[in-house]
Design a protein around this ligand. Structure first.
Ligand code: ADP
Length: 399
């Protein structure tokens, strides 16, 4: 099957055309500056990157350009769009109503719309992407794969906030969790890679990228995760604060005479390691270089980031009453040896031993712990597009 995987952001769109039989990417790229001007990057497998600048007032024009590129007689990889069998869309929020991937129908569209409030940047863009594909490729199945779905197996003691029940009943305020496609894919790959018994397994996945979250996966199902109602809760991230005392909001808003929305913008966009490093960078490559050159703020940012990760891993080991495997993934988890080393330095009491030679590796599946480590630690690169492709094929084949 040829599956077109689409990931729409508010002004961008990433895409991959994947052959589900070989799981090879036939072509991939992205559209940027949608609604501003428009720029498309297109790259067929083994071919050169092409960049096209053209107006993209909405996601509709962006998707039209992607489809034209895929069937372009010179550099396209398809003879006609009939060869696209299905489209898989990453959708941020499915709320409590859509708890697994679905073939998009009117009800699914309605629920995605109802969740605009919970995912104001992503859900509207995700729906635009779906509607554009429906218009441009009528009759093809569109599958929505939700970032929140994998976390729907959390029990109430993990997802309820200790605030009045009326807010849960009236507004569905609860922990939802995000990066679910990645946590699902990486925990599943960990179980396969290490030969664990899925029904008797305790895995902690640390997805550390610009956005970062951790999940506790017991017997293949999510038991807890660090992000909350929105992706702001939990770990310290590139520019997001993660956990903090909510009273900080009131204090700063009152003293600086700013609104809660302005403060939330600061917590989302101007905080995290970027803030701790005194606005040096949100990128770990820059922070590591600065730390190695004696910059104390950069060192504090990295230390605080790793400390928070370690605290979550420790609490999830407690939540599952043990842990068989810890897996690092995401841009930082896959590449930043210094972060893995610092995080693991907190777990002598769990009998975890890291192999420093292995820790030099990056970008592939590998075991990071020594053979006598009581818990196996590994690195598994995430592949959300492939996960969306697999989900899409499963749903379409069953229909
Ligand atoms: P997202 O998908 O959340 O935007 P990624 O998972 O792609 O983020 O991770 C991006 C981050 O990974 C970068 O900001 C950078 O901090 C980190 N990163 C990428 N490559 C390296 C590297 N070689 N060494 C250290 N950190 C890296």
């Amino acid at each position: 099957m040829n599956v077109l995987v689409i990931n729409c952001g508010s002004s961008s769109l990433k895409y991959q055309l994947i052959n589900s039989d070989t799981e090879q990417v036939a072509a991939k790229g992205l559209c940027e500056r949608i609604g501003v001007d428009g720029r498309m990057v297109y790259q067929p497998a083994g071919g050169e990157k092409e960049i096209t600048e053209a107006p993209m007032p909405t996601h509709n024009e962006a998707i039209r350009m992607v489809l034209e590129a895929l069937v372009n007689p010179k550099t396209g990889v398809l003879k006609s769009l009939d060869e696209v069998d299905a489209i898989g869309h990453r959708v941020l929020h499915g709320g409590a109503k859509l708890t697994r991937s679905v073939i998009v129908d009117d009800y699914a569209k309605q629920v995605i719309r109802e969740c605009f409030d919970l995912g104001p940047l992503h859900n509207p863009a995700n729906l635009m992407g779906i509607e554009a594909c429906m218009k441009l490729m009528p009759g093809k199945p569109n599958v929505a794969v939700f970032d929140t779905a994998f976390h729907q197996t959390m029990p109430p003691k993990a997802y309820r906030y200790a605030i009045p029940t009326r807010y849960y009943q009236k507004y569905a305020i609860r922990k939802y969790g995000f990066h679910g496609t990645s946590h699902s894919f990486v925990s599943g790959e960990t179980i396969k890679f290490l030969g664990l018994d899925r029904n008797n397994s305790k895995v902690i996945v640390a997805h550390l990228g610009n956005g970062a979250s951790i999940s506790a996966v017991k017997n293949g199902k999510c038991a807890d995760t660090s992000m909350g109602l929105t992706p702001l809760e939990g770990l310290i991230m590139g520019t997001r604060s993660g956990d903090l005392d909510p009273a900080v909001l009131e204090y700063i808003c009152n003293h600086e005479n700013i609104t809660v929305s302005q403060m939330l913008h600061i917590l989302n966009k101007e905080s995290g390691v970027y803030a701790l490093s005194d606005n040096l960078s949100s990128d770990f490559r820059d922070l590591e270089d600065a730390m190695n050159n004696g910059n104390e703020s950069a060192a504090l940012a990295i230390d605080a980031f790793c400390y928070r990760v370690a605290k979550y891993i420790g609490s999830y080991a407690a939540a599952m009453n043990g842990v068989d495997a810890i897996t690092f993934t995401g841009g930082i988890g896959e590449n930043a040896g210094i972060v893995r080393e610092k995080v693991l330095s907190y777990f002598g009491y769990l009998g975890i031993k890291m192999d420093p030679e292995q820790n030099k590796k990056r970008g592939e599946n590998f075991i990071l712990s020594t053979p006598d480590s009581r818990v196996t630690v590994c690195v598994i690169p995430t592949n959300e597009e492939l996960a969306i492709c697999r989900e899409t094929v499963e749903l379409v084949s069953r229909a």
